[in-house]
Design a protein. Structure first.
Length: 94
């Protein structure tokens, strides 16, 4: 599993205001890249625009777990306006 995006994290959470959250998220692209994220996409719930789903690709499960446990990630999420505990699902390329 050494190809980019071999591991996918799907992260879902609520935010105070999608537009503010998205602006902050977009400014953290280099942070994500420097911590092993090789791909990111954002989706919104069609019935609740302040519920977001972020998909992030990693080269390994270890990289994904390390990134998801970073204290700086938690700080960034708080600064961005995340209001709920994130739900995280990891999947591996099959």
């Amino acid at each position: 599993m050494d190809k980019p995006g071999a591991v996918l994290a799907v992260i879902s959470h609520e935010v105070n205001d999608y537009n503010q959250w998205r602006k902050f998220f977009d400014t953290t692209a280099e942070f994500r890249k420097s911590h092993g994220v090789v791909q990111s996409d954002v989706f919104r719930c069609p019935t609740n625009p302040n519920r977001v789903f972020v998909t992030q690709g990693f080269a390994s499960v270890e990289n994904a777990k390390t990134f998801l446990q970073l204290p700086a990630l938690k700080e960034n999420m708080q600064k961005a306006g995340v209001t709920s505990k994130p739900d995280v699902i990891l999947g591996v390329s099959a």
